[in-house]
Design a protein around this ligand. Structure first.
Ligand SMILES: [Mg+2]
Length: 343
C-alpha cells in the first residue's frame, strides 16, 4: 500500500460579510491519486477557534492520521476524524472530503456512493433572497427562478422584520400555495419570547419554517407554542445544542452545512438521525463556491430519506435541481493547486 502524503495551500473563497476569510485547500495523495478538500470556516459563524489552521496543519503532520482517514476500515477513520473535529470542524470537513475524493477516484466511483448513496437522486433547490434586496429586485429574482421550476425561497430576515413580512405576503399573493416560503433569522433574537413576538407576523403568510430564531444555547427559551415552525441551522454545529434541539416541539427541520458540522460523513449521520425523528433535512454550503455545492449535493443524494429543497442553487445559474454527482470523485473540479506546502 502506498504512503499517504498531505499538502496544503491557501485558497481564495468568496467573501462573506466584511470579515476577512481564510481558507486552506488540503490535498491528499496516495500513489499519485489525489483527493482535494477545502477548509473554509465563516468567521463569527463557524464553531472553529482562531487557531484552527494551525491545529489542522499539526494533525496533518501525523502520518498515522493520514493512513487512518484514507483507510477503508471506517472505525479507525472515524476515530481520527472525531479527534480532528474536536479541534476544527472545517478542518475535519476538508480532510473528510479530500479522503473521500481520493478513495472515490481510486475506485472510479462517485463520492456520494462512498457516503452511502444507492444511486442518483434529483434534489430540488431553494433560492436565497438576501436581506437588503429591494422588494422589486426580489420579485424579479423569484420570477426568474420560478420560471425554471424553483418552488422554495428563503428570505433573510433584515433589520426591518415588517418589510420582510410585506415581501413574503407579496410573494404569497403572486405565486399562491405552491410557493414554499422560508425565513432565516440567523440567531438574531436574544430569547424565545422576543423571537415569538417578532415572528408572529409571518404566521399569516404560511411560512414553512423560520431558521434559527435564537442564538445557540438559548433554545430552552423558545416557547413550545411558537408562532411559526422552527428549523435549526447554527445550533447544528454545536454539540450540546443538538440533543436538546432535536427534542423541541416547534422543530420541523434541520439545516446541515458540512463545513460547520465537521464533514460530509457527519452531515449524513446527523441528517439520518433527524429524519428518523420525522424532521425535514436541508443540506447547504458555507459559501465556499463550487466545492461547497458539490459536497452538499453529494450529502443530499446520500441521505437515507430524500431531503427538503436544499440550499444548493448556483447563484449565477439557478437551476431547479442541484447537480447530481456521478463523475468519479467527490470534488469534480478542484481549484488550481498553486504553491503546495507541506503542512
Ligand atoms: Mg441559516
Amino acid at each position: 500500500m502506498s504512503e499517504v502524503s498531505a499538502r496544503v495551500a491557501p485558497v481564495a473563497v468568496p467573501a462573506r460579510g466584511t470579515s476577512p476569510r481564510t481558507a486552506l485547500g488540503v490535498w491528499l495523495d496516495r500513489g499519485g491519486v489525489r483527493g482535494f478538500g477545502l477548509a473554509a470556516p465563516i468567521p463569527g459563524y463557524s464553531p472553529d477557534s482562531s487557531d484552527w489552521a494551525a491545529a489542522l496543519r499539526r494533525w496533518l503532520r501525523d502520518a498515522s492520521n493520514l493512513v487512518a482517514v484514507v483507510d477503508d476500515r471506517r472505525a479507525e477513520s472515524r476515530v481520527a476524524l472525531d479527534e480532528l473535529r474536536a479541534l476544527t470542524a472545517a478542518g475535519a470537513c476538508a480532510v473528510d472530503v479530500a479522503a473521500t475524493d481520493l478513495r472515490a477516484r481510486e475506485r472510479a466511483t462517485s463520492g456520494s456512493a462512498l457516503l452511502g448513496a444507492s444511486g442518483p437522486r434529483d434534489v430540488a433547490v431553494n433560492l436565497l433572497v438576501d436581506a437588503g434586496t429591494t422588494p422589486s429586485e426580489a420579485l424579479v429574482r423569484v420570477r426568474d427562478a420560478w420560471a425554471v421550476g424553483v418552488r422554495a425561497y428563503k428570505l433573510k430576515l433584515g433589520h426591518d422584520v415588517g418589510a420582510t413580512a410585506t415581501l413574503a405576503a407579496a410573494l404569497r399573493a403572486e405565486f399562491g400555495a405552491e410557493l414554499e416560503l422560508r425565513v432565516d433569522a440567523n440567531a438574531r433574537f436574544s430569547d424565545g419570547d422576543e423571537a415569538a413576538r417578532a415572528l408572529s407576523v409571518f404566521a399569516a403568510v404560511d411560512v414553512a419554517f423560520c431558521e434559527q430564531p435564537v442564538r445557540p444555547g438559548a433554545l430552552d427559551t423558545v416557547p413550545r407554542a411558537f408562532p411559526v415552525p422552527v428549523a435549526l441551522d447554527e445550533s447544528m454545529a454545536v454539540e450540546p445544542d443538538r440533543a436538546l434541539a432535536l427534542e423541541h416541539p416547534a422543530l420541523v427541520a434541520v439545516v446541515l452545512k458540512p463545513t460547520t458540522v465537521g464533514g460530509p460523513h457527519r452531515a449524513v449521520e446527523l441528517g439520518d438521525v433527524a429524519a428518523a425523528r420525522g424532521l425535514g433535512v436541508v443540506v447547504t454550503h458555507a459559501f465556499e463556491g463550487a466545492v461547497g455545492v458539490a459536497v452538499g449535493a453529494a450529502v443530499a443524494v446520500a441521505l437515507r430519506a430524500p431531503p427538503l429543497a436544499c440550499g444548493l442553487a448556483d447563484a449565477a445559474r439557478v437551476s431547479r435541481l442541484a447537480p447530481t454527482p456521478c463523475a468519479p470523485g467527490l470534488v469534480v473540479s478542484p481549484p488550481p493547486m498553486g504553491e503546495l506546502e507541506a503542512p
